[in-house]
Design a protein around this ligand. Structure first.
Ligand SMILES: Cc1cc2nc3c(=O)[nH]c(=O)nc-3n(C[C@H](O)[C@H](O)[C@H](O)COP(=O)(O)OP(=O)(O)OC[C@H]3O[C@@H](n4cnc5c(N)ncnc54)[C@H](O)[C@@H]3O)c2cc1C
Length: 306
């Protein structure tokens, strides 16, 4: 297999026939043809250039905390950013690589005497996933902190520095996918009262523990409806605790669906469809999913290992 020789030649780590459930935050998924783990910008660039020029389907993923993968075989190359976690500071900015978890970014900022975005500290995102999704909480979004991002555009085979305003941020959305792959992001951070910053991070994490389930989930499954959370309608429809297979509406937070142990992607999708139908029938409200759902048969099975 040519791709495998290429990876070996460039010393890029990979696993063949990888369990997607192992990589996904919610513990769901069948098998990916190949999972690749570039360690730095150079490896990422040459990998994506190779995949693009050979028309090999791929998906760049961070912590997979917003993606519901398929149960079956996923015939693509999963490019995980989990090894690209470096961060350095210059002037009022933290320059963070795409795979750095937000929690680690916040802790590093504290250690450097900088005030982190405490509101975002409990989101189980990487920097790349957070920018893609414009992750936010408690009235703050990552776009409020982003100054610019270095993005690889595979169509032009070059890295471009894109300013925040060119990334089309809105509620839980960005235009990142039309630019390419985020390599690193420059996030504003300033020196300040570290004790107070630490205390507000502790408060935010405690609030999350109190209001959100500890079982594996994908966070809020649905987008807000205007100013009203989807959880409000789901709760009022009496769906807390409602289950299909191993997928269950959290009894702690009606906007979350948890994996009670053996949930499949199909269970999740069936429960999502049931919630949408019930909420529409009861309130005339059409819920829209925040999470990205990948169904079976997406991506062609160009690769298969024994
Ligand atoms: C318990 C829990 C709590 C949560 N709380 C919140 C919350 O408070 N607020 C909130 O907004 N979200 C929340 N989420 C959802 C989720 O954490 C966010 O959407 C997060 O931004 C996803 O980041 P990720 O690294 O997991 O991205 P992934 O799920 O891996 O990917 C998401 C998308 O980003 C793309 N992507 C990832 N990295 C890159 C890159 N480097 N370049 C280009 N594209 C990329 C992927 O292709 C995919 O389309 C929560 C989830 C869980 C499980």
């Amino acid at each position: 297999m040519e791709l495998i020789s290429f990876l070996n030649q460039h010393d890029i780590e990979y696993t063949a026939s990888e369990s997607v459930a192992r990589l996904s935050f919610v513990g769901i998924g069948g098998q990916a043809a190949l999972a690749v783990y570039p360690k730095n910008r150079g490896e990422m660039l040459c990998l994506i250039a190779y995949l693009s020029s050979h028309r090999i389907p791929y998906k760049v993923v961070g912590n997979m905390s917003n993606i519901l993968p398929p149960d079956g075989f996923w015939g693509i190359c999963l490019v995980s950013t989990c090894k690209m976690r470096s961060v350095y500071f210059e002037e009022g900015l933290a320059i963070a690589e795409c795979g750095l978890p937000l929690s680690l970014l916040c802790r590093t900022m504290l250690a450097e005497g900088r005030v982190p975005p405490a509101e975002l500290s409990g989101i189980p995102a990487t920097v790349g996933g957070a920018v893609y999704q414009n992750a936010g909480a408690f009235g703050i979004e990552i776009a409020d902190y982003l100054r610019y991002a270095d993005i690889y555009d595979p169509k032009q085979d070059r890295v471009v520095r894109v300013e925040r305003d060119a990334l089309g941020f809105s509620y839980r959305r960005s235009a990142l996918s039309s630019h390419g792959i985020l390599l690193s992001a420059a996030l504003a951070c300033h020196e300040g009262d570290i004790k107070a910053a630490e205390a507000s991070m502790t408060r935010v994490l405690a609030l999350r523990r109190k209001s959100q389930p500890s079982a594996p989930s994908l966070g809020s499954v649905f987008l807000r409806v205007g100013e009203t959370s989807a959880a409000y309608y789901i709760d009022r429809a009496g769906l807390k605790g409602y289950s299909i297979g191993g997928a269950s509406v959290s009894t702690k937070h009606a906007g979350f669906i948890v994996n009670t142990g053996n949930a499949t992607s199909r269970d999740f999708r069936a429960l999502i469809a049931f919630i949408e139908k019930t909420v529409f029938e009861r309130f005339g409200v059409a819920l829209k999913t925040e999470i990205e759902i990948v169904k079976e048969k997406e991506g062609n099975a160009w690769l298969r290992f024994a």
